[in-house]
Design a protein around this ligand. Structure first.
Ligand SMILES: [Zn+2]
Length: 146
């Protein structure tokens, strides 16, 4: 099987999008980033818990290299971090007794913490925070840009 290589001779990308490994969310996250954030070229690393991995990073490990490599090697200007509802890395929605608003507030704090950590290292980059919330009786995923 051969597939056209769209980025021949291109070594820079617009952004890095860090999301959770969760199979239920990454395809939709990819779609959101392309359609709503209008990004066409981006590195797309995933780690359990997304912001959690950054917050627990010692600044010099695999988690941080998911940001370091796109920024330093691919000159990514924008750093997008996506957390999601019912994330197993955080113990899932049951940790919040199914209170969706409390869960969202928790993830917002996590995302902001990760943003501060990344900005401390890369003050000249734009960091975009996104929370993927289940809505309409879990029929849809709403991507909320914080
Ligand atoms: Zn997750």
């Amino acid at each position: 099987m051969k597939i056209p290589f769209k980025f021949k001779d291109i070594h820079s990308c617009e952004a890095v999008v860090l999301c959770c490994i969760d199979f239920r969310f990454w395809r939709e996250t990819f779609e959101f980033v392309q359609k709503e954030l209008s990004l066409n070229s981006f590195d797309f690393p995933s780690l359990p818990g997304s912001a959690k991995a950054i917050n627990e990073s010692d600044g010099n490990d695999l988690a941080m290299s998911c940001i370091d490599v796109p920024v330093n090697l691919h000159h990514a200007k924008k750093i997008v971090i996506v957390n999601h509802q019912d994330c197993g890395a955080y113990g899932g929605s049951r940790q919040f007794k199914e209170d969706g608003d409390a869960e969202q507030r928790f993830h917002e704090k996590e995302l902001k913490k990760a943003k501060e950590k990344i900005l401390a290292k890369y003050p000249d980059r734009e960091v975009v925070l996104v929370y993927a919330r289940l809505v309409d009786g879990n029929e849809n995923i709403e991507f909320i840009v914080l």
